[in-house]
Design a protein around this ligand. Structure first.
Ligand SMILES: C[S@@+](CC[C@H](N)C(=O)[O-])C[C@H]1O[C@@H](n2cnc3c(N)ncnc32)[C@H](O)[C@@H]1O
Length: 283
């Protein structure tokens, strides 16, 4: 662990979540809200990063291992809210044709992915890999109870220069529980009509940039946290990134633990949280 920044209500830990999760107390977290790196897409510039595995099979295995460590820390009535993205198997690509190939630091991994179709699952050139579902089913086999698939409909989709399929403008958020009965406050977020919240959420990107290439919208974290926890509960994000889960947890008077492997991003999170809450006292 390179640094460990604490307030009484917020911990930001720098390191590999596979090493840090075992140090957290069992059944101490109500709700895990997180988005791991998507396989073969962005380069987060760390040798132990998730998402850079040579095969998507290994990626799924790694996520199952990580979320079994999360399960130990989760309370019996706790939930996991997991956002995972998909991708295409490519063969002989130039590195300039992936969905995000020209954005930020994405080139390195996407070039690898575009070079050769992974030898698994019968994948062929241009096959959609179905990774979110493969992860969800693997977690289900590992004991998680798969309670909901929520489709995040993006108000602003990433442009794609494709002419042989529709542009992707959705991602999945999976709700998983540790036990058949679990804490879920259906009154905390409802449709404007007052009806029970539907399983598609139309959300725009946040306008404020924060130096991280793959943040999820604050409203996404807000909904998961409100539905899955009560005031003073602890929220975990083992792939903390720029700290969106922590920022929102603080706004909603929850405690939060964020783990992030790249110290550059833990620095961003601290700056962001300090900016939003200048009175915060770092211990
Ligand atoms: C998709 S981003 C998360 C973004 C975050 N939801 C936000 O809104 O800022 C995934 C993050 O996981 C981090 N990461 C990758 N492998 C990790 C590991 N083994 N342990 C902890 N963090 C890791 C990456 O550096 C990256 O910042």
């Amino acid at each position: 662990m390179k640094s460990d920044v604490l307030t009484s209500d917020l911990q930001i830990l720098t390191g590999d979540c596979r090493e840090l999760l075992p140090a957290l107390p069992p059944e101490s977290v109500q709700c895990c809200v997180t988005s791991p790196p998507y396989w073969g897409l962005r380069d987060y510039d760390h040798p132990s990063q998730i998402g850079a595995e040579p095969s998507p099979v290994k990626y799924v295995e790694n996520l199952v291992e990580i979320f079994s460590k999360v399960k130990r820390i989760l309370r019996k009535d706790g939930t996991l809210w997991l956002n995972v993205g998909d991708g295409y198997a490519r063969n002989g690509g130039t590195g300039n044709c992936g969905p995000n190939a020209i954005v930020g630091n994405t080139k390195k991994l996407i070039q690898k992915r575009n070079c050769k179709v992974p030898n698994c699952w019968g994948l062929k050139d241009r096959d959609l890999m179905g990774l979110p579902w493969r992860v969800a089913f693997a977690l289900q086999s590992d004991g998680w109870i798969f309670r909901s698939r929520i489709t995040w409909v993006k108000k602003t989709a990433m442009p794609e220069s494709v002419k042989n399929r529709p542009t992707n403008a959705t991602e999945e958020i999976f709700l998983m529980s540790k036990s058949p009965t679990y804490y879920y406050n259906s009154d905390a977020v409802r449709e404007t009509s007052g009806a029970n919240l539907r399983n598609f959420w139309v959300l725009g990107p946040d306008t404020s940039g924060n130096g991280h290439p793959a943040t999820f919208p604050r409203e996404l974290a807000r909904r998961c946290i409100l539905l899955g926890s009560q005031t003073s509960d602890t929220i975990l994000d083992p792939f903390g990134g720029s700290g969106t889960t922590g920022v929102v947890a603080q706004e909603l008077n929850r405690r939060a633990i964020l783990i992030e492997i790249n110290p550059k991003y833990t620095k961003f999170s601290k700056e962001r949280i300090r900016h939003d809450n200048p009175k915060i006292l770092w211990l």
